[in-house]
Design a protein around this ligand. Structure first.
Ligand code: PMP
Length: 410
């Protein structure tokens, strides 16, 4: 059929054709965050809905210096195709950093550079999950992981998250009843709850899973962002050959560079390399070279220290305003790092209703529901503090508390 763009709108008129899609697409939730971000593109809106790092803390000058140096010294090679595994010096750097920060001995051969750590989740789903396989995930869980794994049609077993980590009785119950392929969790400053697992909880997870046929995917997107700089042991410490770690440069360097990595035992790595080759041959090589040049010549530790300090202030301000302005029936987590606070509303107030009213008052928050694979989150809100100035935090929490107080009275 010959379709012409309409001159008035530039859109193509609908042909009436029904397109057919793979059945896995019907089981995959649309990213609610992306939908909401469209609403919040309006600059008048104070948005606590997204998950963006503070743009003021991105070292544009340092990255520009690194980019100029790579292009001047080795441009032709940096703009060429490269290996699937990723730039070896960058993988060596990541391995050394694990040794320094967490005492983990990791070989660069166990590291694959990915297009953001989000790609790790897709690749892991691709190589580990058959339709109907059992997968355990935190409740609430990271929306991007729910979306990535859903494409591979697992049966999810959500494990309730407490202030100090997963509910171990429920975890043990699920492990006894089902052949769980892997547990996916974010032990440091979790998205969406801001919760960090205690060291005891990590040890207990190790005890529960040791020797079983269950893997752990430890998503450590926020590990470097603990406000006090304390790094708790990775689950790999307790489950050395069962733990896969995913990491990211998004929160410490720049998300637009789309650089992450996965650490996996050699057999898993071999499969991941095949899956990645099929997907995109390799991650952006220029980005990898620029990141490595940056890490070599700029003071990343000082930058991270600055990010931690700024987020600590932003988070502290947000929590004190929530406690001061919200009714007593509202509670929130007290994160030790990361970018989010998780708020719980009284039973009778729906987070969707808060979202809709708050948008009318030009403040955006994220309702809790998309973080649950089994329903739930109706009285929760995820609030991002990293991408808002103190003035916006003050004004936004003020407006939000008025919305919640009004709903409480109705
Ligand atoms: N894991 C978690 C827990 C996240 O919050 C995010 C980003 N929102 C990602 C992974 C993906 O981040 P990136 O692809 O930028 O590394």
């Amino acid at each position: 059929m010959n379709q012409k763009a309409s001159p008035a709108t530039g859109t193509v008129p609908c042909s009436g054709r029904q397109y057919r899609f793979a059945s896995r697409m019907a089981k995959t939730p649309k990213s609610f965050i992306r939908e909401i971000l469209k609403v919040t593109e309006n600059p008048q809106i104070i948005s606590f809905a997204g998950g963006l790092p503070n743009p003021g803390l991105i070292d544009v000058d340092g990255i520009a210096r690194a980019a100029a140096s790579v292009l001047a010294q080795d441009g032709r090679s940096a703009l060429q195709y490269s290996t699937t595994e990723g730039y070896l010096p960058l993988r060596r750097y990541i391995a050394d950093r694990y040794k320094k920060r967490l005492g983990l001995v990791i070989s660069p051969d166990e590291i694959l550079i990915t297009n953001g750590s989000q790609q790790c989740l897709d690749l892991l789903g691709k190589v580990l999950v058959n339709p109907g396989d059992h997968v355990a995930i935190e409740r609430p869980g990271y929306l991007g992981a729910i979306q990535a794994f859903s494409l591979y049609e697992p049966v999810f077993h959500p494990i309730l998250l407490h202030e100090d980590g997963p509910d171990m009785a429920q975890f043990a119950h699920e492990i006894e009843r089902h052949a769980i392929r892997f547990f996916y969790g974010v032990p440091n400053s979790q998205n969406p709850s801001g919760i960090t697992y205690s060291e005891d909880r990590r040890r207990e997870i190790g005890k529960l899973l040791a020797g079983r046929d269950t893997l752990v995917i430890e998503d450590d997107a926020y590990g470097e962002l603990s406000f006090d700089g304390i790094a708790l042991p990775s689950l790999r410490t307790f489950l050395p050959d069962q733990t896969i770690i995913t990491g990211s440069f998004s929160k410490i360097l720049a998300p637009g560079m789309r650089l992450g990595w996965v650490v996996a035992p050699q057999q898993v790595m071999d499969q991941l390399v095949v899956a990645k080759q099929a997907s995109d041959l390799h991650s952006n090589y220029l980005s990898q070279r620029i990141a490595y040049e940056y890490l070599l010549h700029e003071d990343i530790d000082k930058r991270i220290e600055g990010i931690r300090e700024a987020y600590k202030q932003q988070c502290g301000l947000m929590i004190s305003l929530i406690e001061e302005m919200m009714p007593d029936s509202v509670t929130c987590t007290h994160p030790k790092g990361g970018m989010f606070v998780w708020m719980t509303l009284p039973e009778k107030i729906s987070s969707m209703e808060v979202f809709e009213r708050a948008i009318r008052d030009q403040v955006a928050v994220l309702p809790g529901t998309p973080f649950y694979v089994d329903g739930g989150g109706n009285t929760n809100l995820r609030i991002n503090f990293s991408n808002a100035t103190p003035e916006k935090i003050r004004a936004g929490i003020g407006r939000l508390s008025r919305v919640i107080r009004t709903l409480e009275r109705e």
